[in-house]
Design a protein around this ligand. Structure first.
Ligand code: NDP
Length: 311
């Protein structure tokens, strides 16, 4: 049984680097890289970050697609994905901690007016503003899964009030949890910051549209670290122009890399980063070796995705 590594993001992690990391954990394993895949019939597991529609069909005996990350929407969106192929993702504790740090960094930047001071420095202006108090600030975390819970905890630990929203009802310490459409509206109305850590599924795609932005507190900021297609980007710009919300931080966009002539780049109320909020996988990559072993022995796989649910 061969495992083929075909990440497709060499600027982030090369196939060779991941192979070198995995080999000591599965000595003697047949681990190949995309540059030299060998006989496709022998490949039963592939490890990808980027994924092309129909990619699974290149390997007639494919049993498992292992994502080198948490979001699997690009794989599940493939209409040609055979029903028998399983999809797994990675543990998100390392990248989730980084995403919590990212969200906190942007929130603190607003709380302490750091962007204004940066602009004022260019004009040699000495004007002060009172810091906003964490204890009087509410952060909504939409998506209370592996990463969303880490994000909510990070804000609670830093003295913020936190509310959360998920599909099923949840009970989390020091987080007021909501579910359902009414619950979402209640969470939005109470919050100065709205952090989206949702997966892209048929239910969540384009959910951030004008209708929902009308439910936002006009002083609030959206921080999207989930997936770009959760947001109707044209309607986001319109909502910002109309004052339905005050600003947006987008780590993920509908089209990545974002084309250089895209209007999101120049919108004065939008801050962009190139999909880096959860960057390092840490030891999570070792789960790839473990899933390779489990696939061979027929044991239950780690971090198996529910293909019907979409995450
Ligand atoms: P999980 O599967 O652990 O959690 C997903 C959460 O979203 C769950 O709480 C789930 O609710 C909730 N959810 C799903 N659908 C809905 C819905 N229709 N309505 C309300 N809530 C919903 O995912 P992770 O926390 O591991 O990852 C979340 C996402 O973060 C990934 O899918 C990926 O897109 C993104 N990501 C982005 C990265 C970046 O660098 N920007 C890096 C890593 C991940 P319930 O608990 O009830 O099931």
């Amino acid at each position: 049984m061969a495992l083929l590594i075909d990440i497709k993001h060499p600027d982030w992690l090369t196939d060779e680097e991941l192979r070198a990391e995995l080999l000591p954990h599965c000595p003697g394993a047949d681990i190949r890289i995309a540059a030299d895949p060998g006989n496709a019939d022998e490949i039963e597991m592939i490890t990808v970050s980027g994924y092309e529609p129909g990619e699974a069909l290149r390997y007639p005996n494919l049993k498992l697609i292992q994502k080198t990350g948490a979001g699997v929407n690009n794989i599940l969106a493939d209409p040609q994905l055979p029903a028998a192929v399983q999809v797994t993702r990675l543990d998100a504790s390392n990248s989730g901690a980084e995403m919590a740090e990212y969200a906190l960094a942007y929130v603190l930047q607003e709380q302490r007016h750091l962007r204004q001071y940066h602009q004022q420095q260019a004009r040699s202006e000495w004007i002060s503003y009172p810091p906003r108090k964490a204890a009087e600030t509410t952060v909504a975390v939409l998506g209370l899964g592996r990463i969303g819970q880490l994000v909510a905890k990070r804000f609670v630990d830093n003295g913020f009030r936190a509310v959360g929203w998920s599909r099923g009802a949840k009970s989390l310490e020091n987080v007021d949890c909501f579910s359902g459409e009414d619950g979402l509206h209640q969470a939005l109305a109470r919050s100065e910051y709205v952090i989206s850590v949702l997966p892209s599924t048929p239910e969540t795609r384009q959910m951030f549209n004008l209708e929902l932005f009308r439910r936002f507190n006009p002083h609030s900021m959206l921080i999207n670290v989930g997936r770009g297609d959760l947001v109707d980007e044209v309607e986001l710009m319109r909502a910002l122009d109309d004052g339905l919300l005050a600003g947006a931080v987008l780590d993920v966009m509908s089209k990545e890399p974002l084309p250089a002539d895209h209007p999101l780049w120049l919108h004065p109320k939008i801050q962009l980063t190139p999909h880096i909020s959860g960057y390092h996988l840490g030891d999570a990559t070792l789960d790839i070796a473990e899933n390779y072993r489990r696939l061979q022995s027929g044991e239950p796989l780690l971090h198996l995705v529910d293909r019907g649910r979409g995450y």
